[in-house]
Each structure stands twice: as C-alpha cells, then as structure tokens.
Design a protein around this ligand. Structure first.
Ligand code: AMP
Ligand code: MG
Length: 400
C-alpha cells in the first residue's frame, strides 16, 4: 500500500510521543575532561574529597588568634606560610604568621587579617582593622563541598564549570553517553552548493550547513553529509548509506510533489515509515521512520520548516540517545509585544526577537523566509485558533 493511504495527519504531541518511544541509547564511553564539554554524564558522581580540602587563607595577610588581634595590637611574627606546601606551623595568642592566599592555616590560628589592614614593623605586625571576627578570611575545609555530596547526576550536561568541579576532585576522565552519529542528506534538483555558479531557476543549498550546525550544537557527531538530486536510484543509495548511522536527517522531498521521492525510496530500502504529516506550522510534511537501529527524519525543505522540525522532533531524539536528562529547549516566561493570532487548524511556531523581556515576531512568517528566521532568537508556539493579547505573559523557546 502506498504510504499516503495508510498514514493520517497526527498531532504534534502524538508525533513526539511516537518518535520518543524506544529511542535506543548510545553506550557509555570514557572521555577526558578536555573532550567532555557538553557531553552527558552516564552515571551519578559523588565527592571523594572535601572542597576546600583543608582550612586555608582567603587573603594575603597574617594568620592570628582573633581574640588577641584587636585594633592597634602588635603581634610577634613567628613564621611564614606560603601556598603549596604545609610547613605545619602553629601559633598562640599574641602571635602572627605571615600567610598567602590558598596557604594552609597554622595550628592555633582562627582568623586572617588582610595585609592592607596591617603595618609591618620588623618582626612585628601592627593590626589596624577596627573589628575582627573569628573566622574572617579563613576558608573552612569542606565548606563548599563535603565528602559524599552529589556533584553530578546522570544525564547532566557537562558545562565548563562542571568540568572544573570534576578536576577539583582530581578526576581526569568521566563516563558520558556516546555521541550520536548523524547523516544529513539534502535533496533537490534546484539546489547548488555555495561557491558554484547559479543558473536561472536555481537557488543555493542552505539547509545542509544549517542542519550540520544544529547537529553540532546538540553535541551529536556529523558522520555523513551528501546532496542528492531528485533521482530515485541516487536517493535510494544515499539513504542506504545514511541509515548506517544512529540518525538520518533528510531535507526536502517529503511532500506530495511528483519529484518528492523520499517516501518511496525509504520503502524501497526496507525502512519502516511510522508517521508522515504532522499538524504543525511550519513543517506539516514531516516524516519519521526507522531502519534497523537508525532513526530517520524527513524534514520539509523550506528552511524555516527544516529548522523548526529539527528543533521539535530531531534534537530531543539525539539528546535522548546521548543520555541527556533535559531534552527540551530552554524556556522563558516573557511579555508579548503585540497581539498575535494562531493558525485556524495547526499550532504555529512564530519566529521572533526576545529583547528586554519582550517578544516580538521578526520578519516574514512564511516557511521559506530565512532572513526573518536568521534574526530570531526565540520561538513562540501559538495553539490553533488561539488569540493572545499584547502584554500577555507567554512562554517562549530560546534559540541561543
Ligand atoms: P521540498 O521540501 O523539497 O518540496 O522543498 C521545499 C522548498 O524548500 C523548495 O522551495 C526548495 O527549493 C526549498 N529547499 C529544499 N531544500 C533546500 C535546501 N537544502 N536549501 C535551501 N532550500 C531548500
Ligand atoms: Mg525538493
């Protein structure tokens, strides 16, 4: 049976549920911290050393006993404690140890007086601070992080600061989800690679680079990229190759035109087509299928449709494959800058600019209008027949 007779247009929610059911997860792998940025932790991790590991000074100055270091007191300097090596110094009331930032506190000292608040007088130091409280400028062992405290949850994205936290625990490598391997196939006789000469009726191919960038931003790995003319045999070959990977993303050729060969080509290579056509604007001709381990996404070729369907249907799958806990786009509650009316029958993703807490649509809102899209930094999903007033509070999806 031809695909169009057996598949009905389904809702976005139903489509997402189908697409996200039984996503195969990539096996975990070990990555050095230097290669682990934006990867996803495959296991929980707990602190094995306290941070700071020992009581130390937060300032260059003098370690003292607070009680004996009142204003205008002269304290005898009994040693010097640099950072990096513990000299096991100790002191008692009336004494001071010259100390530097990060250096271990001498035994008996409970406070540091900062250098700027003192005056050196030979072997003595004069305290100038008006008020000293016990514990001033001392970083207590374990105050930031105690042994056994959870530092990473499985599925967490490893950010620059998480990598630093791992390094501070002496960790060199971390178990993360393997990067999903992705193939991109763009289709269309009218498309010409940038840099080549454009003839009458042709346009430059722009979805390929956009999809490659989006795949990279999702931290998946681009393993194949090919442009294919609207030729059935070429397409079958390209799709056979593309479906060797974890995900195959096809741009164009999924609509109802005579030269939209993607559905037939997928059937020809034995792929299963799970859904075709979703009630969403833009992006209605979207297709999803499988071939062995590979998840196949047929994105409509209009650039805005390609972009929106990638974000709402492809990105969550790639993230889930790699073990991410959070697979949705970041959201923000903002004010709407003007009134907006939804489409009659489908939810509509409006492209807009979010500035100073206010969202306004930007550029033309048709599915080919790439210029407007390129200026947008947020998407607003307006339900079918929904009417929103200027100034109302809405939730937008953040793009960058
Ligand atoms: P299709 O989905 O193949 O029917 O294409 C829909 C529209 O998107 C047509 O106007 C195409 O020229 C355009 N289009 C398709 N693929 C691309 C691409 N890779 N880059 C830029 N425009 C494209
Ligand atoms: Mg086409």
């Amino acid at each position: 049976m031809r695909v169009e007779y057996c598949l009905r247009v389904i809702s976005e929610e139903e489509a997402l549920e189908k697409i996200l059911s039984a996503v195969p997860s990539s096996p975990p792998t070990e990555a050095f911290l230097g290669d682990a940025l934006d990867r996803f932790a495959a296991a929980d991790l707990f602190a094995t050393i306290p941070i700071p590991p020992f009581d130390n000074s937060a300032m260059d100055g003098y370690a003292v006993v607070a009680e004996s270091a009142t204003k205008d007191t002269r304290l005898k300097i009994v040693g010097e404690q640099p950072a990096g090596i513990s000299k096991n110094l100790s002191l008692s009331a009336g004494q001071a140890v010259r100390i530097f930032t990060g250096a271990p506190m001498p035994k008996g000292a409970d406070t540091v007086v900062m250098q700027e608040e003192t005056q050196r007088e030979g072997d003595f130091v004069l305290v100038r601070t008006k008020q000293i409280s016990e514990g001033d400028f001392v970083r207590q062992a374990g105050a930031d992080l105690a042994i056994g405290q959870q530092i990473i949850k499985r599925g967490d994205r490893l950010r620059a600061t998480t990598l630093a936290l791992l390094a501070s625990q002496g960790i060199r490598s971390v178990t993360v989800g393997k990067r999903a391997q992705v193939a991109i196939v763009t289709t269309g006789d009218e498309l010409v690679a940038p840099g080549k000469k454009l003839r009458a009726g042709q346009i430059f191919e722009s979805n390929g680079v956009m999809l490659a960038a989006l795949v990279g931003k999702a931290d998946a790995k681009l393993s194949m990229r090919r442009h294919c003319r609207d030729n059935f045999d070429d397409l079958c070959e390209a799709l056979r190759d593309a479906t060797q990977y974890d995900a195959a993303i096809i741009s164009g050729g999924v609509s109802v035109g005579e030269r939209d060969f993607v559905r037939e080509a997928l059937q020809e290579i034995g792929a299963e087509i799970d859904l075709w056509r979703v009630a969403v604007k833009p992006g209605k001709p979207f297709l999803f299928g499988k071939r062995d381990q590979c998840r196949i996404f047929g994105l409509p070729g209009n650039p805005v449709s390609t972009f929106v369907t990638f974000l709402i249907f492809v990105r969550p799958v790639l993230l889930q494959m790699m073990g991410a806990a959070e697979i949705g786009l970041p959201r923000a509650r903002v004010r709407l800058g003007h009134e907006i009316s939804g489409d009659e029958t489908r939810p509509h993703y409006f492209r807009g600019e979010l500035k100073d807490g206010q969202f306004k649509v930007v550029g033309r809102q048709e599915s080919h209008a790439l210029f407007g899209l390129a200026r947008a930094n947020a998407l607003l999903r307006v339900k079918a027949q929904e009417k929103l007033d200027a100034g109302s509070e809405v939730e937008v999806l953040l793009l960058d």
